[in-house]
Design a protein around this ligand. Structure first.
Ligand code: SF4
Ligand code: SF4
Length: 313
């Protein structure tokens, strides 16, 4: 599927197999996606603050980016209470780097009282002690705790070209520490290198995890969004890469995560984890304010539709 999609990225009206006709509907409005049920709640728990500044980061996170700031334990508790009332089934924590948030472990504990939890990390702050505490949190909850560690290449050279010098080895050590503590992390990779998503590439990532002592390796592959730092690295979207009414004839948007998720930030509730830097992504102050349909008029929505992207594991 990936190869077919790559071919479609050329602005060739004859090429698409997606139902999208480039430039054929510029006068039409964006489709609106309805929230069918609020199953997944994301927390931008570290805001846009990260100890890395990856060259493909679609949120442009960095040590100095304070567009969004940390979420407090109190703010997370407030949102969790509302989420439980609304029937949310699972919780995801991201940033920036979540473990920069000084209240992160207490936040995870609170979330694990409410449902299954996944935390997305670059792995650099996963020392042995923290991993033991995370394992204890997991064991103490009736719900699962998944830790996702990001990597962008299977060698120090290919990974660190995107993530920074020395990051590969430090992330490997974080994964080792998780494994020693009894946790089986999910390795998250992006398609920043073409080989990452190929069958052979996936096998090499599985092999890498096995070398670290993980006998049941897990892998999540995500496409690239051409926004934030990535737009500067590889170029922004073409004007034709937009969704318009009629792009999905049967009107089914179940493949889009925004039909079943919202994102809590320090500045209110956003539609999804991808548009967190876009003012237009803000839907209101509380979850109750954010339940309306959302117009898919950002080019990143095109990627979601064409690739069937979900940031969930
Ligand atoms: S991709 Fe992840 S680790 Fe890299 S700068 Fe962005 S938030 Fe930080
Ligand atoms: S970027 Fe993706 S998840 Fe976010 S609103 Fe657009 S289609 Fe939905």
């Amino acid at each position: 599927m990936t190869e077919a999609i790559r071919e479609q990225q050329a602005p060739d009206p004859a090429a698409p197999q997606t139902g999208i006709q480039p430039d054929a509907h510029t006068a039409m409005g964006a489709p609106r996606v309805r929230l069918t049920s609020l199953d997944t709640l994301w927390f931008q728990v570290a805001g846009t603050v990260c100890n890395l500044a990856c060259t493909h980061c679609f949120v442009s996170c960095s040590p100095t980016n304070r567009t969004h700031d940390f979420l407090s334990l109190q703010a997370v508790r407030r949102a969790l209470a509302e989420a439980v009332e609304l029937g949310v089934k699972e919780y995801y924590f991201t940033g920036g780097e979540p473990f920069l948030n000084p209240e992160m472990e207490a936040i995870l504990e609170a979330a694990l009282d409410a449902g299954p939890v996944t935390v997305l990390t670059n792995g650099l702050l996963l020392d042995a002690e923290r991993c033991r505490r995370l394992a204890a949190l997991s064991e103490g909850s009736e719900y699962s705790l998944d830790v996702r560690v990001s990597l962008d290449g299977m060698t120090p050279e290919s990974n660190d070209a995107i993530r920074g010098d020395g990051v590969f080895e430090r992330a490997m050590e974080g994964i080792r520490n998780l494994r020693r503590a009894g946790l089986n992390p999910v390795l998250t990779v992006t398609e920043v290198h073409e080989e990452n998503a190929s069958p052979a590439g996936k096998e090499r990532f599985f092999a890498l995890l096995r070398e670290l002592g993980i006998d049941k390796p897990r892998l999540k592959v995500l496409p690239i969004f051409q926004i934030g730092a990535e737009a500067e690295r590889s170029g922004a979207y073409e004007t034709w890469q937009r969704l318009r009414e009629g792009d999905v004839p049967d009107g089914s948007w179940d493949h889009l995560q925004c039909s079943s998720c919202r994102m809590v930030t320090d500045q209110g509730v956003w539609v999804c984890p991808i548009l967190v830097n876009e003012p237009a992504g803000r839907m209101g102050e509380t979850l109750a304010d954010s339940l309306d349909a959302y117009p898919l008029d950002h080019p990143a929505c095109w990627t979601c539709h064409v690739y069937g992207v979900s940031c969930k594991t």
